[in-house]
Design a protein around this ligand. Structure first.
Ligand code: HEC
Length: 143
């Protein structure tokens, strides 16, 4: 009984912010955030899914399809607006957007390397500002 209550209290606490460790709803497709996910969180999940798919396409020697608009990470409404308003966020976002452009232009021979640079750009921002999803992003970088 005590354990159950504690677990619920912890869950309630971590679901408040997307950057926390446990909040992770891509696998189930269910929105576990009681307040609804922010536009930025929805976009991030889209970017994650697209990156996971691109990784497979590149491994098969195909050109990855990257349709999501990477630049939107600069304007989509976030759970913590003050975080994304920071110069640090904008700089890290700029590197990521640049890495997406490079991947789109990349030759098939360079795509694996360019993909890793892109996933590293995701990781750099997350390590600095939003550590929750880093474990999942690490999967994009695994060999
Ligand atoms: C410039 C910083 C930055 C970059 C680059 C970035 N993210 Fe994020 N990411 C965030 C922030 C901030 C949030 C929290 C969004 C919110 O809750 O509003 C987030 C949230 C997420 C989430 C959790 C979404 C949810 O359901 O709560 C995932 C997964 C994610 N990002 C994956 C990625 C992937 C994959 C990339 C690269 C393709 C990436 N991110 C690039 C800052 C970044």
């Amino acid at each position: 009984m005590y354990l159950k209550t504690t677990a619920l209290a912890i869950l309630a606490a971590v679901f408040v912010l997307s950057c926390s460790t446990v909040h992770d709803n891509t696998a189930t497709g269910n929105d576990t955030n009681p307040n609804g996910s922010s536009d930025l969180a929805v976009l991030m999940n889209e970017l994650y899914n697209e990156a996971a798919l691109a990784r497979q396409e590149i491994a098969l020697g195909h050109k990855p399809r990257l349709k999501a608009d990477a630049k939107k990470i600069l304007t989509a409404a976030a759970t913590e607006p003050e975080k994304v308003a920071s110069p640090e966020y904008k700089a890290l976002a700029g590197s990521y957007i640049e890495s997406v452009k490079m991947l789109k232009k990349s030759s098939p021979a360079k795509a694996t390397e360019q993909f890793k640079l892109m996933a590293t750009a995701c990781m750099n921002c997350h390590k600095t500002l939003c550590p929750g999803p880093t474990k999942r992003i690490q999967k994009l970088l695994a060999d």
